[in-house]
Design a protein around this ligand. Structure first.
Ligand SMILES: [Fe+2]
Length: 489
């Protein structure tokens, strides 16, 4: 089922004949809610599997979807006292929740039913615009910037949802909603429809958060759930005066639920004192393993280099206008490449970006690239509000006018960028940015995920090697080995 679902979601199969039926069934079930039955069946299936695996005594915690989202944000935020807001399409009968975190205790204050889902409105609009639901929502957000702006009064989707106090209220069920969205999408150009749904989402999320801050009197807010992958909505949230400190869990979508559920259960059992989170939770491969894999290809030249030397070398190549593959240590967790499985290009060079797009990424023309920047250079490059250190690329910031020439390939049409902010330490990535700074004045690069168009991010040296061959890329820096491809394009 999982494989089939992946192929379906990524549209690697033909459009199934029963697609309209499936779509309607999904949204009908959404408005009815089948939660207690699912939970009972899941528990009994999992218990049976655990017994088969040889576990005799165990206690099974069924952590519901939004509790897991909330725990992921709350227990990794570093906040002692905070509001925790979750919003997504739906999960376990809900599309959102608001909780309070207080000294390690997380208590839900209210829930938003699946029927009143902001995430589903966005998902359905993605679908109505001919894009892949649950995959291409980020493209809709990017496309919205290409519409001419208009007032909310002229927004044809505005009647779909209202926020009153801390309630979200949709005007009709998801099936009816979809047919209304399709009508609008039939009449209006795509970028305008994208603008409408983006504006609708931003207004609703900002109003809900603002009302929640007022109601509970708490200005620090942690967020999780797929809605908060929307960096433009996050940017508007950060501009709320009443919001003092801000945090979004790096794996805000449903991929983050496993960690969220584990945190919830650990906290329930023994508390999470002194728990420290970082996003580098994936696999690592040592230099010998890496070399062994790479030697299989005779057209590659391999040189071992100290990490600091490697950082200087990569920075030189970037300064000359090349893009490079950058693979270091443990793989990052979550949807963004954070300098461990990244492709890097100079941030001040449009040609390098074009080359990267042509050979490797093949992104749609309206999708911007993200950046990584040193913490110490942040104030020079973007308007930073001091509301939370953004090391996971979860927010957009306005680029300073004085910095645009340094940011040509990472600035969006609306003059914002989505940066990963990197601390000044001894990590290879930090060393690289410091070396880049020596060439350009600022520690900033274009950072995009290390993958070939349409494929998942690379995990091991084998994947990296395959990607290098297929894209005929010239340079790769991988676990202390510098690779030059003699067959490069
Ligand atoms: Fe979710």
């Amino acid at each position: 089922m999982k494989e089939n679902y992946y192929a379906f979601r990524r549209r690697k199969i033909r459009r199934p004949h029963f697609e309209d039926f499936r779509h309607n069934l999904k949204y009908t079930l959404t408005s009815v809610g089948v939660l207690p039955l699912c939970s009972t069946i899941s528990k009994s299936v999992i218990s049976r599997h655990l017994r088969k695996m040889g576990f005799e005594r165990f206690r099974l915690y069924a952590v519901d979807h939004h509790s897991a989202h909330a725990a992921s944000a709350a227990f990794t935020s570093g906040f002692e006292h905070a509001l925790v807001i979750t919003l997504d399409g739906l999960g376990d009968g809900l599309s959102g929740s608001i909780s309070i975190l207080d000294k390690g205790k997380l208590e839900r204050q209210l829930s938003i039913p699946a029927r009143d889902s902001l995430g589903i409105i966005y998902e359905q609009t993605t679908n109505a615009l001919g894009m892949r639901e649950l995959e291409d929502e980020g493209k809709i957000m990017a496309m919205a910037d290409y519409s001419f702006p208009f007032d909310f009064e002229e927004n044809k989707l505005k009647g779909l949802v209202k926020v009153k106090g801390t309630s979200v209220i949709t005007s009709c069920n998801p099936r009816r909603q979809y047919s209304l969205i399709k009508d609008v999408a039939w009449q209006a150009p795509r970028e305008q429809v994208a603008y409408m749904v983006q504006q609708l989402l931003e207004n609703a999320v900002v109003k809900l958060t603002s009302n929640a801050i007022d109601r509970f009197g708490i200005g620090n807010v942690a967020f999780a759930g797929g809605v908060f992958s929307n960096v433009k909505a996050n940017m508007r949230l950060r501009s709320l005066e009443a919001l003092k400190k801000w945090y979004v869990f790096p794996h805000m979508g449903d991929g983050g639920l496993a960690v969220g559920a584990a945190l919830w259960a650990n906290n329930a059992i023994e508390g999470l004192d002194n728990f420290e989170f970082n996003a580098y939770l994936g696999d690592a491969y040592n230099t010998d393993e890496t070399k062994h894999t790479l030697r299989a290809d005779r057209s590659l030249e391999l040189h071992e280099e100290e990490r600091e030397q490697q950082a200087r070398h990569a920075a030189e190549l970037l300064a000359e206008g090349n893009y490079v593959f950058w693979f270091q240590d443990r793989m990052e967790y979550g949807p963004r490449a954070l300098g461990h499985r990244s492709i890097l290009a100079p941030s001040s060079d449009e040609d390098a970006k074009e080359k990267l797009n042509l050979y490797v990424k093949r992104r749609e023309w309206f999708q911007p690239f993200a950046s990584s920047m040193l913490e110490e250079d942040m104030d020079h490059l973007v308007d930073y509000d001091g509301k939370g250190f953004d090391q996971y690329m979860t927010n957009a910031y306005a680029v300073k006018n004085t910095a645009t020439s340094n940011m040509i390939s990472v600035v969006n049409i609306d003059k914002t960028t989505r940066p990963q902010v990197v601390r000044n330490d001894r990590s290879p990535y930090s060393m690289l940015l410091k070396s880049v700074k020596k060439h350009t004045g600022y520690g900033v690069v274009l950072n995009t995920s290390f993958n070939l168009h349409g494929f998942p991010i690379v995990r091991d040296p084998e994947d990296a090697l395959r990607t290098m061959r297929e894209t005929r890329t010239k340079y790769m820096f991988i676990n202390g080995i510098t690779v030059k491809n003699r067959r490069a394009a």
